[in-house]
Design a protein around this ligand. Structure first.
Ligand code: PLP
Length: 819
């Protein structure tokens, strides 16, 4: 049934904005008759791939991750069909919400970076840009998280088990990708020969804009072994073995690497990175050649205009091989002059940096390239030589600068610094929030900024208001629309108009009522699915994001323990009731992150079962945090925790989702929190802790956790409880690694912000006791959250990086099928 409804919505007629009644009737008719669905052909529906018409620039967003979540409701929202479908389904005696719950999340991402790519696709379609998302169709997305005895257990995410109604295989566009082999140099040029071939099968998913008749394409590649794969070697021998070996090739698109902000130098991951790049660039060049711009000369394509017709945006360094691959195609295959090819490549590519954490930066061993991508290694060496020659000419004798700026890192294990490659091969380099872009310029890429300051830009991240307001919080969207109309959906800055209603008692009451309804709904969900009962009038204090030391879930834990100890020491004193909820996945190989989960569940065990505490305090771990759970929990939040050590969170986007959905933020001056505070006024957030400069100063002095432990009794008590087994009575030494880290090698200085955090949480309690003032601050935050629409972000990318003008106007519904 879910698939029937999905197919009907994606097929033909319902895509037109004028025929929502027709869609409902069709839906009704088909569902009643239980009619077999006809084959799905995207050519059949009128708006699909509209951007492959003869338009100017095409934008290619290359990403190893697209964290899409569910598609059914989003499609209905963007096509304006939600009410019609709701009605049609209701008349069949079904419940649309129940149906929606059956859909699997497309979890082809780890966290913020992958979700950003998904929000950008929505905004690019809504802004009418001719944009394509290109990535990998992982057979297994981010693992499902189970909690067993308080520990994380990973389960494979078999999301395609029952099929995927939103995708269409496009075997006619299948392409070969080469690996291994060797390089032949001759007077005719360079050849990469004796390679092994893997086929890339494209699967297309439509990306509809918001009520504008634009439908873009997300094209994901799946690895297929060629029919003759390994057969030569087994000609005499084992045919069965040869067929079984096809898995080796097809493993390339098997599974998403589950690391967030962490580089793991596995060969299979490098294969994935080259696989998406090689298939995508062939597709881009095929499309360029088939457009009228590419074929002024029928025998030899002119690539002069390539950068005017093609913009490639690199989502982090993961698709960085685009740079040497484009050089290889232009020089070796298309016989473009090297220097000309380099100009074209730089003009075409742009790079987004997502982190400054050293453990996250990709540095591939040269030895791996020698084997897997020998021609690319040669090209990278040649590009690096040109680059270093230029630096040497500008800074004669500055050997250390050459070492710092090289794409090749010398040492025991020679490595390729992919970020350096991206900076030299792009015309624009951007960070993802103002503070992060400044850090990029002043620290990690300081030398590069000195060399080419004009390349460096900022593009503060954003979120799509369609999924993160209309879809997930219709109640709030309605009370907003009642006051300011519906235009905010595509122009979120209009939320500013809500400031006129900040003293409007009915509006304050309505906003508070929607929040209470969302909290009740989420409480019911928790009770039904996890058998936990929470107090729906307590403060919903929420931290959901990947588990990482830099995000400091441990600081949140210390606050929870502190509250618990305060309740215990004076049970008769009145407390502002809180439900602390923490959720997020730990990378399976990240020991400390897994220990943090165990600590949270252990604290919950003790706190939630202590009769002295009652419903004043609950500590709950939200299992399997993912896009569809985010859509449920964020609208129910009172307090949003964004407490990373200043200078470590590049932007964050969770912070924006909470702000838009009427939660108040407790946070550090890090990432986009800085700009949120600037938009809403610092006094309307709960800002605490060290600023970047103070973190740096503390680093120079030397951070000594012991000082804080000795000086602050409540901190000492909490740490002593963790280390003595108070929260793990059956295994008292359980948390020794956590305590040892906090006391002796804490890179993220949890204790240094403890006092400020506890004090700030006291102010949160104070305000929560005054519901009217709390809600007025909430309204102020919502009103000032307009900047954080990904429509604004994409408009800036379009103007300042891609050189195109977006437009929110509706294109007329086309009646001609397009390519
Ligand atoms: C938005 C989002 C994230 C990113 O959250 P941050 O707090 O910015 O790290 C991660 N996971 C999911 C499922 C999300 O929706």
């Amino acid at each position: 049934m879910l698939h029937d409804v999905s197919l009907l919505i994606v097929l033909g007629e319902p895509l037109c904005q004028y025929c929502s009644n027709k869609a409902a009737k069709l839906l009704h008719k088909r569902l009643h008759k239980g009619e077999e669905m006809k084959g799905l052909d995207f050519h059949a529906f009128p708006c699909y791939d509209a951007c492959s018409a003869e338009l100017g620039l095409r934008i290619y967003y290359l990403s190893l991750e697209f964290y899409m979540g569910r598609t059914l409701q989003n499609t209905m929202v963007n096509l304006g069909l939600q009410n019609a479908c709701d009605e049609a389904i209701y008349q069949l005696g079904l419940d649309l919400e129940e149906l929606e719950e059956i859909e699997e999340d497309a979890g082809l991402g780890n966290g913020g970076l992958g979700r950003l790519a998904a929000c950008f696709l929505d905004s690019m379609a809504t802004l009418g840009l001719a944009a394509y998302g290109y990535g990998i169709r992982y057979e297994f997305g981010i693992f499902n998280q189970k909690i067993v005895d308080g520990w994380q257990v990973e389960e494979a995410d078999d999301w395609l088990r029952y099929g995927n109604p939103w995708e269409k295989a496009r075997p006619e566009y299948m392409l070969p990708v080469h690996f291994y082999g060797r390089v032949e140099h001759s007077p005719e040029g360079v050849k990469w020969v004796d390679t092994q071939v893997v086929l890339a099968m494209p699967y297309d998913t439509p990306v509809p804009g918001y009520k504008n008749n634009t439908v873009n394409t997300m094209r994901l590649w799946s690895a297929k072994a060629p029919n003759d794969f390994n057969l030569q070697e087994f000609n005499v021998g084992d045919y069965i073995e040869a067929v079984l070996d096809r898995n080796l090739a097809e493993n390339i698109s098997r599974v998403l690497y589950p690391n967030d902000n962490f580089f793991e130098g596995k060969e299979l991951r490098l294969k994935q990175e080259y696989f998406v790049v090689a298939a995508t660039l062939q597709d881009i060049i095929r499309r360029f050649k088939s457009s009228k711009f590419g074929c002024q000369d029928p025998v030899r394509t002119s690539f002069e205009t390539f950068p005017d017709k093609v913009a490639i945006q690199l989502n982090d360094t993961h698709p960085a091989l685009s740079i040497p691959e484009l050089m290889r195609i232009l020089v070796d295959v298309e016989k473009v002059d090297w220097d000309k090819a380099w100009e074209i490549t730089k003009q075409t590519c742009a790079y987004t940096n997502h982190t400054v954490l050293p453990e996250a930066l990709e540095r591939w061993p040269v030895s791996m390239f020698e084997k897997l991508l020998p021609r690319h290694l040669e090209i990278i060496y040649a590009l690096n030589q040109m680059h270093l020659d230029r630096v040497a000419a500008l800074y004669p004798g500055d050997i250390d600068r050459l070492r710092r700026m090289s794409v090749i890192e010398e040492g025991d294990c020679k490595r390729i610094n992919m970020a350096h490659l991206c900076v030299i091969g792009s015309h624009a380099v951007n960070g993802v929030a103002r503070i992060h872009s400044d850090i990029v310029k002043n620290t990690v890429f300081k030398d590069f900024y000195e060399l080419e300051p004009e390349k460096f830009q900022n593009k503060t991240n954003g979120i799509t208001p369609r999924r993160w307001l209309l879809l997930c919080n219709p109640g709030l969207a309605d009370v907003i629309a009642e006051k300011i109309g519906e235009d905010f959906v595509t122009d979120l800055s209009q939320l500013k108009k809500l400031l006129d209603f900040i003293d409007n008692e009915t509006f304050i009451r309505d906003v508070a009522k929607v929040k209470q309804e969302n909290k009740l709904k989420f409480s019911a969900y928790l009770e039904e699915h996890y058998k936990v009962k929470i107090n729906p009038s307590s403060m919903f204090d929420i931290q959901v994001k990947r588990i990482h030391e830099y995000k400091r879930q441990l600081l949140n834990c210390l606050h929870a323990i502190t509250l618990y100890n305060r309740i215990r020491s004076d049970p008769s004193k009145s407390f502002v009731p809180r439900t602390i909820m923490i959720g997020g996945k730990a990378a399976p190989g990240y020991h400390m992150a897994k220990m943090i989960i165990k600590l949270i569940t252990s604290i919950g065990e003790v706190v939630n079962n202590d009769p002295y505490v009652g419903d004043k305090l609950k500590v709950i771990f939200l299992e399997n945090y993912r896009v569809s759970l985010a859509e449920k929990v964020i609208p129910a939040a009172d307090l949003s925790q964004q407490i990373s050590t200043a200078g470590t969170e590049a932007s964050g986007t969770g912070n924006m989702k909470f702000m838009l959905n009427g939660a108040l933020t407790i946070g550090t001056m890090d990432g986009a929190n800085v700009e949120m505070a600037e938009e809403a006024g610092e006094e309307n957030l709960f800002i605490f802790g060290m600023r970047v400069e103070e973190v740096e100063a503390l680093d120079r002095r030397g951070y000594n956790a012991r000082e804080y432990y000795d000086r602050i009794p409540e901190l000492r008590q909490a740490i002593d409880q963790i280390s003595s087994g108070f929260f793990s009575p059956r295994d008292p030494g359980c948390f020794r690694d956590v305590v040892n880290m906090l006391m002796h090698h804490d890179r993220f200085k949890v204790f240094a912000d403890y006092e400020a955090y506890i004090k700030c949480q006291g102010q949160v309690d104070q305000l929560f006791m005054d519901p009217r003032e709390w809600t007025r601050k909430v309204i102020r935050n919502i009103a000032c959250s307009g900047k954080f629409s990904s429509d604004r972000t994409i408009t800036e990318y379009a103007r300042e990086i891609w050189g195109v003008e977006p437009s929110a106007t509706k294109i007329p519904p086309p009646n001609m099928p397009r390519d």
